[in-house]
Design a protein around this ligand. Structure first.
Ligand SMILES: [Zn+2]
Length: 936
């Protein structure tokens, strides 16, 4: 407690002393939220919000999780979460999923839940509020999830298989190491024993009562909050909640919900864990801290502590980034964050990813940086930069105060309930931050940051692959490195000079042509004097956002020499990491302090583009970035060296992960062994040439007039100032008359029946499966809509047959689409993991479900659900800048009009048309299966 007091006092010293008492009271909740607690202890948060319109969010947060399980219940908190979708009092069997999917609310997307060690949260999202009775039904689901989950024996037994497969899919090196590491990090604590997914022996054998006991004991109104945010009447919802939840009694006989502690430690705890399939080494130093008491967390003090911690995180990470962008850096990446460690403790967490063979050296470098922080703190310039950035992001959030998404708000209230995070509303937050920041000087930040680095309550943690060339440091070496850092002779970081403008001399402006209105899309079209085509779509969905996307046909298909493809594939990564104009990447980040503007180039198989966005205020900066990406990529041996080191480290052990072997095999097989295919691996890194990459980049972006520029957001093409800026930076680009299209140089998808079954060693035995159906199909809105519907229908089928009936897989991923590059074609792709014993059976079900639709058409109820969901999603999409950006691209590129034709195409879907379309694909008999099985 004393440490907390010192901290609080140091922070309070910042503010006027007379206000201190008030600053220690919980901050009032956002006045736009209706908050209350029922007599039985149930908490609720209700808020009207119209983003999206005619939709609402219904969440229930349970302040309980796997940490509360007894040994014979290991994994049952999560099991219970699954059972909530397998029958409740008012929605027997799959009633919840069925009812809501009929309203277009999709399971796995809009209907979902998660369980962690300390919390369990369920949600129904984007529920259409205009349907009769649907609000009552959503509240009834909350009611049932609160206390009326059926837990029928047959359903419990059916779900054991699903959870077993979820365990299998997730039981990778990372999870295994996390579990072992927790055992060492938290000796004697409950946190050493629980991992959410649980013990498979328990999953297979637990008694029904073990689950029911957990449910009865921990799902109780005094640990639950209902959150409803959306296009609803707040009074009405409040009344309904009061009536509906009145039948749930307060549960007092089970006592307090315990908060499990982790012990303090005087000497550092060292946890070293390795795994044969680990693909990366990570070393970490945590400094455990006591939490503020709940009231303080929710107060002005708690809020300002959060602000200071954010500043510390961002300066530390800026320092790490600057180091790791040097070719001779002692590590490839490092990261610091002050955050909750477990429910009862926070921690200042510092992570480093070393170069292979330089593990100890990387850890030493981390220890040195922490020692520098402790001895010298941050410079004024560093702290001021972080403050400026923070203020701009608050300002942007404030500008968007009327366009906050309901789901985001719901999550904020859940954090208020579960994690004591203040939620006073963005208006108040912006005011507070404006008031606080001038007072939070480098001195204050340093006082707090220095206190984070202590000798006690230290946990050192190493996770690494088992491999000769990985030199895992010993405990003695790790402790030695820290001792060494303490005695090292160090110098403080110097203050840097002020930044310079992005573009010193403005280019010679080129004029706007005549603006043409496109009535069909509500766009304005202009060609600049230099031939660049501009499309404007002014929208009001966001107040402070302008998106810009420039795209052009060509891409990697224009690279003739196969030997150049590795360089071409990495070209945009190299250019981005080298910086642009006269700026290294680090200098560029500095020059952009306080600005909200970005641009990033990407070269795909058949096109290249630059995508960016900005606040209204920083529109010019975004245009400058576009200008520089077109005109001034730079060579930088230092950055290039650092980037290659980073890739080398990431890829050195990538092959140890069975999932990497599988995805490489999938790519090779599906490309028909295309010699142009570039697999990202160590071998490929050796073939990258910086000069070549920059040369290819310049070639791809040589003629801006071959690009179409689409502006979406708060922009007016008739505004003189906007036109001036565009004329300067885009009109000022040099162009040519050359037009490009892509080349058909890649293999087409292999025809006929192709099977690639292979084996490899693995720690957790599983079969990984990928299936691809393809067939020629004309590219138009009907094909697109039909294929998307087929994908969603199959998704429903596999959920029922493979997941629920067979308990055979955690889930089958399905995608189905129509494309026109390189040829007009339809594709359906499925992927799933399963028990090797069941592989053959499940593979046959995959094909059977498709054959069934070809033979008899889809089930009418499946089709109806899918149509509802597509129409509901479409209505939401129409209010998104990102959707418009994509829709305008395919309109101007391919002549497909989603705005005019999509809804009609969905409404026209019939069982017969689906059947016919799928038959057309299946009849062409092009099926690829790639399957990876365990060795022996
Ligand atoms: Zn699960």
């Amino acid at each position: 407690m004393t440490k907390i007091r010192i901290f609080v006092i140091s922070l309070l010293a910042v503010f006027a002393a007379s206000l201190a008492a008030q600053q220690m009271q919980p901050l009032p909740l956002d006045p736009k939220v209706r908050y209350g607690v029922l007599e039985n202890g149930l908490t609720y948060y209700i808020r009207h919000n119209q983003e999206p319109k005619e939709r609402a969010e219904f969440h229930i947060a349970q302040n309980v999780g796997a940490i509360l399980e007894e040994d014979h219940q290991d994994g049952l908190a999560h099991f219970l979460e699954h059972m909530a979708f397998n029958g409740t009092k008012n929605f027997p069997d799959k009633g919840i999923i069925n009812y809501f999917e009929q309203q277009g609310v999709k399971f796995g997307y809009d209907i979902n839940a998660y369980t962690s060690l300390d919390e369990t949260v369920y949600r129904l999202s984007n529920v259409p509020t205009t349907r009769a009775g649907i609000i009552d039904s959503a509240l009834l689901v909350m009611h049932d999830w609160s206390s009326f989950i059926a837990l029928q024996e047959e359903e419990i037994d059916n779900e054991r298989g699903v959870i077993r497969e979820e365990w299998r899919t997730g039981n990778n090196a990372q999870r295994r190491m996390w579990r072992k590491s927790n055992e060492l990090r938290y000796p004697g604590s409950q946190y050493a024993k629980r991992d959410v997914i649980g013990d498979t022996a328990v999953i297979n054998n637990f008694t029904y009562d073990a689950l029911r006991d957990y449910y009865k004991k921990w799902y109780r109104p005094d640990q639950q909050a209902i959150v409803v945010v959306g296009d609803i009447d707040v009074d009405e919802i409040e009344n309904k909640i009061k009536t509906l939840f009145a039948d749930i009694p307060r549960k007092e006989n089970f006592g307090e919900r315990p908060i499990y502690e982790i012990e303090n430690n005087a000497e550092p705890i060292v946890a070293i864990v390795t795994d044969p399939e680990a693909s990366q080494t990570q070393l970490r130093i945590d400094f455990k801290k006591d939490k503020l008491p709940k009231e303080l967390q929710l107060s002005m003090v708690g809020y300002s502590m959060g602000v200071v911690n954010n500043l510390i995180n961002s300066v530390m990470n800026e320092r790490f980034e600057e180091i790791s962008l040097q070719a001779d850096a002692p590590f490839v990446g490092a990261y610091s964050v002050y955050t909750e460690l477990v429910k009862s403790k926070d921690a200042f967490i510092n992570i480093v990813v070393p170069k292979e063979g330089g593990e100890l050296e990387g850890f030493k470098a981390l220890a040195i940086e922490l020692e520098k922080l402790k001895r010298f703190g941050f410079t004024n310039a560093e702290v001021e930069r972080a403050k400026t950035n923070m203020l701009s992001s608050y300002e942007k959030a404030y500008n968007e105060r009327n366009n906050q998404k309901s789901q985001q708000l719901a999550r904020e209230y859940i954090r208020h309930y579960l994690s004591n995070e203040p939620a006073p509303g963005i208006e108040t937050e912006f005011e507070m931050v404006k008031m606080m920041l001038p007072q939070i000087t480098a001195e204050v930040v340093n006082q707090v940051a220095k206190a984070y680095i202590t000798d006690e309550n230290v946990i050192i943690d190493v996770t690494a692959p088992e491999k000769e060339t990985v030199k895992v440091p010993t405990k003695e070496q790790l402790l030695g490195a820290i001792a060494e850092a303490k005695n090292a002779e160090l110098t403080a970081k110097a203050e840097e000079e002020a930044s310079r403008p992005l573009i010193a001399e403005k280019p010679k402006a080129g004029k706007f042509g005549k603006i043409k209105e496109n009535k069909e899309m509500g766009t304005s079209e202009v060609t600049l004097k230099n031939g660049i085509k501009l499309i404007f779509k002014p929208t009001t969905f966001k107040k402070d956002e302008i998106r810009l996307r420039a795209f052009s046909e060509g891409g990697l298909s224009k690279v003739k020499n196969i030997a150049d493809l590795p360089s071409a594939t990495m070209a945009t990564d190299i250019v981005t990491s080298n910086g642009i104009g006269d700026f290294t990447a680090t200098e560029l980040t500095r020059a952009l302090t306080g600005k909200i503007a970005s641009a990033s180039p990407r070269i795909g198989k058949y096109e290249e583009d630059i995508a960016g966005n900005s606040s209204v205020k920083d529109f010019e900066t975004m245009l400058q970035l576009f200008y520089l990406y077109f005109t001034a990529p730079r060579k930088d041996d230092n950055s290039f060296g650092a980037l290659m080191n980073m890739y080398k480290t990431v890829l050195a052990n990538a092959e140890k992960n069975p999932n990497k072997t599988f995805s490489d095999s999938v790519q090779v097989t599906m490309s028909g062994n295309d010699p142009r295919l570039v697999l990202v691996n160590l071998e490929m890194l050796d073939k990258i040439d910086q000069d070549k990459a920059i040369e290819i980049y310049k070639e791809r972006y040589a003629n801006p007039a071959d690009f179409t520029f689409i502006f979406v957001g708060n922009i007016d093409p008739n505004d003189k100032a906007t036109q001036d800026l565009i004329e300067t930076y885009l009109g000022g680009l040099k162009t040519t008359k050359e037009k490009e299209s892509f080349d058909k140089v890649y293999n087409e998808t292999p025809k006929g029946f192709v099977k690639n079954y292979f084996k490899r060693e693995m720690q957790t035995k599983k079969a990984s499966n990928r299936i691809l159906y393809t067939g020629a199909m004309p590219y138009n809105i009907n094909s697109m809509v039909h294929m998307n519907a087929i994908g969603s229908i199959l998704n429903i089928r596999y959920l029922e047959s493979i997941r629920e009936k067979e308990g055979g897989s955690y889930g089958v991923g399905v995608g189905a689409y129509a494309v026109n590059e390189p040829v007009e074609e339809a594709a359906i792709v499925m992927q799933f993991d399963t028990d090797p014993e069941k592989q053959e059976r499940l593979m046959s079900i995959i094909h059977q479900e498709i054959d069934e639709i070809v033979k008899n058409g889809p089930k009418p109820e499946d089709l109806q659900k899918v149509k509802e969901n597509m129409l509901k999603q479409y209505a939401q999409d129409l209010e998104q800048n990102t959707w418009w950006s994509g829709a305008l691209e395919i309109y101007y590129k391919d002549g497909i009009n989603r705005l005019k034709d999509y809804k009609a195409a969905v409404e026209a879907l019939t069982a017969e048309s689906i059947q016919k379309t799928l038959k057309q694909v299946v009849d062409q008999k092009n099926v690829i299966e790639v399957v990876m099985l365990p060795e022996n």
